[in-house]
Ligand binder design. Structure first.
Ligand code: VGL
Ligand code: ZN
Length: 194
């Protein structure tokens, strides 16, 4: 196994039932992120590096829901099965969970939005983030771009993300945008070889 760089954290974004095929806001092929993220999470934990997992954690009347004139079907309502992490996702016992989107009146795509993620990364001595999860064109994109703004180096795992693709190509465009903003695009094989 390649040594995991010392000041690097893994940030797993929103690998929750509602974003998987069959879920309320299912990402086609979303479960493809699970094996590479499990492999990276195990490698990071074994190396003593921090693993963070964000989760969308909405109240039942969240403003992003169609009933409230938002863009999305109700999803990831706090405490429901849909909001639970995917059963196939194996998080290390030391993983730090970051809930977001808990205020009814505000959406929060980014794991940094309204959370203490930046502080907790700094507390853990992290300069670099490796990001994967769901969805490429929403919460992965927002988390990666905010990570850059917060001063972190950000690497996105292209084989460990999946897009909603409301418009065809949204996921690919989001990856291009992240790369142009300064994110490194690579694969889990590079970071954590099988
Ligand atoms: C997400 C749409 C709505 C995401 C969350 O996790 O990418 N997308 N809420
Ligand atoms: Zn949401």
């Amino acid at each position: 196994m390649e040594p995991v760089p010392a000041a690097t954290a893994l940030v797993i974004v929103d690998v929750q039932n509602d974003f998987l095929p069959g879920g309320a806001l299912g990402v086609p092929d979303g479960d493809r992120v699970i094996p590479p993220l499990n492999r990276c999470a195990a490698a990071f934990a074994a190396a003593g590096r921090p693993v963070f997992a964000t989760r969308d954690w909405h109240p039942p009347d969240h403003c992003s829901f169609r009933e409230q004139d938002g863009p999305w079907p109700p999803h990831c309502i706090a405490g429901t099965e849909g909001a639970a992490f995917a059963p196939g996702l194996t998080l290390p016992t030391t993983a730090m969970i970051i809930g977001k989107g808990g205020r009814p009146e505000a959406d929060a795509y980014s794991g940094f939005d309204g959370t203490d993620l930046a502080q907790r990364l700094r507390d853990n001595g992290c300069d670099d983030l490796i990001v994967g999860g769901l969805a490429t064109d929403y919460c992965v994109r927002a988390t990666a771009l905010d990570g850059l703004r917060e001063g972190f180096e950000v690497t996105v795992l292209t084989d460990a993300v999946g897009a909603v693709d409301v418009q065809p190509g949204d996921g690919e465009r989001a990856l291009t945008e992240m790369a142009n903003a300064g994110c490194t695009l690579t694969t889990s094989q590079e970071i954590c070889p099988p």
